[in-house]
Unconditional design. Structure first.
Lengths: 252, 278
């Protein structure tokens, strides 16, 4: 297995409160890695450290190494803006830009990055909306507001928006927790399709979701990585007692 | 229906709140009524376009005062809107520090400052310096009143823009300054415009800070460095004069001013009602 991301000795804080302790983990290229664990275990903080979104919060800081293709994204001469262009993110609540149309939402990253050619933008709009399995539903309404869509459609719009800037990695922070089961299954199918081209990391509250979509699963508890392995092994034969207790629902 | 204490309380309180609403709007309705009744008869095209005539001569109008008000308020906007809006953007997007909290506090204090203090400020620094009353001094005095209002409304409306949208933009690799301009300000635009219009409405009727800055003038404006007529000051001059004809003009001037401010407030309604693509 080839690792796209290698995390070494990652620690993270909010002010004086430490929320991640010495995380070491490798994320497989063109795979789906799921992060599971109870609320407050640091799983969201962890993936926000992978594209340097953690430090956007006031008083938040992180230390350690996050290597993407052997390049440390926390190196002092790396611009977090470039990192975030390479590592996209989809959030828990769908958050399309409220003042923009569907089309402008999709290409927002490109437009604000300086791409002006309308033809290119239109092509990318169609292409990425197709990738995000949303094209057929919105192709006649591209000028409508992004927030006029249903929750599930909005989330796929956000995925399209992340895909449009051509990232190498996409981070999903509980992307389905606000969605109905049908939308959820659409997004899960989409993730499985996306891993052909991208490397995916998904934080989820929903263990069945991790079992359904991921190749590898990491179990976090109180800011520590308890266990990491192939998804089948984690769910069938966890090595750690606390992993087993969480998976069979003794706590969480 | 069972008559009990809770229902009685409910009725009494409902009645009290409704009564307070009536009491609150009595002065407003009374002002509008009196000003309209007394002012409407003196309003005609001449009144809006002519210069004032000397005492005793019939006719004449407030044309120069209307012109002057637009000029002085315009100067205030040119100075006050950029400073106010940019300060608000700073406070909302970059002001999470001691300096930001200090500025926020100062803006609150300034909002509550009596308007005559703003006039004294402009008098001290501009009128005394140039040794002349001027339109610019009036504009500066009004901008001092305007800046804290615009700053705070801009800050508040940008803070209402959900953090999730800023994060979405940053996570796309859009730099913070572009996020602020194209995402945050764009989403909070109607709030900023509302704040600006309300501030303009507020300063358009100010009299005290103009008395000893823009002063007054019985002729058309002839330069920003010269004294200039404005409606509130002109109304004041007419109102305290002993001539019935001037009193009528004061009422009419007040009516015109109220209509102008009303139009601005209706504009605010319009801006806040329009929503994207609906």
């Amino acid at each position: 297995m080839q690792n796209k991301i290698t995390v070494k000795n990652l620690n993270a804080w909010f002010g004086a409160k430490q929320v991640l302790y010495d995380i070491d983990i490798g994320v497989e290229k063109n795979g789906i890695t799921a992060i599971i664990g109870p609320s407050g275990c640091g799983k969201s903080t962890f993936i926000r450290c992978l594209n340097r979104m953690h430090e956007v919060v006031p008083y938040a800081k992180a230390s350690g190494k996050v290597l993407v293709d052997d390049e440390d994204i926390y190196d002092s001469d790396i611009d977090p803006v470039d990192i975030r262009r390479r590592i996209g993110m989809v959030f828990q609540k769908p958050n399309p830009f409220p003042t923009m149309s569907i089309r402008d939402n999709v290409v927002a990253g490109l437009k604000l990055g300086g791409v002006k050619d309308k033809k290119i933008l239109d092509n990318i709009t169609e292409e990425t909306l197709k990738k995000a399995a949303l094209w057929d539903e919105v192709k006649n309404d591209l000028n409508k507001s992004g927030v006029s869509l249903s929750g599930g459609q909005q989330q796929r719009l956000c995925i399209a928006r992340a895909l449009a800037v051509e990232p190498e990695i996409i981070l999903f922070d509980e992307p389905c927790s606000a969605l109905d089961p049908i939308s959820t299954s659409k997004i899960e199918d989409l993730m499985i399709k996306l891993k052909e081209k991208y490397t995916l990391v998904i934080v989820t509250h929903n263990m069945q979701q991790a079992a359904r979509v991921s190749d590898h699963t990491a179990f976090f508890l109180y800011g520590k990585l308890i266990e990491f392995g192939e998804t089948g092994q984690i769910f069938r034969k966890p090595k750690e007692k606390s992993t087993e207790d969480y998976i069979i629902g003794r706590f969480g | 229906m069972k008559w009990n204490k809770r229902k009685l309380n409910d009725m009494i309180m409902s009645f009290l709140t409704a009564a307070c609403v009536v009491i609150a709007i009595i002065p407003l309705v009374s002002i509008l009524y009196t000003v309209t009744i007394n002012g409407i008869s003196a309003i005609n095209l001449d009144f809006l376009t002519q210069l004032p005539k000397p005492v005793g001569e019939p006719g004449g109008g407030l044309g120069n005062a209307i012109q002057g008000t637009f000029i002085v308020v315009g100067i205030a906007c040119v100075i006050g809107l950029p400073i106010g809006i940019l300060s608000g953007v700073y406070l909302s997007e970059y002001g999470e520090n001691r300096f930001g909290r200090f500025v926020s506090f100062v803006a609150d204090v300034l909002t509550g400052t009596p308007s005559i203090v703003a006039g004294m400020f402009a008098y001290t620094f501009i009128v005394l310096y140039f040794k002349s009353f001027s339109a610019i001094a009036g504009g500066v005095a009004l901008s001092v009143l305007m800046i804290p209002i615009v700053t705070r409304t801009t800050e508040e409306s940008l803070k209402l823009v959900p953090g999730s949208i800023k994060e979405a933009s940053l996570a796309l690799g859009i730099p913070k300054w572009k996020t602020t301009i194209y995402i945050v300000i764009s989403a909070g635009k109607s709030g900023i415009i509302t704040g600006a219009l309300l501030a303009i409405a507020r300063i358009s009727g100010e009299t005290a800070p103009l008395l000893f800055t823009s002063f007054g003038n019985m002729f058309w404006a002839n330069g920003l460095e010269k004294p200039i007529s404005t409606m509130p000051v002109q109304i004041y001059t007419y109102a305290i004069a002993p001539y019935p004809d001037w009193h009528a003009k004061a009422w009419a001037g007040a009516l015109v001013l109220i209509i102008l401010i009303l139009v601005l407030n209706i504009g605010v309604r319009f801006v806040t009602r329009r929503k994207y693509g609906m």
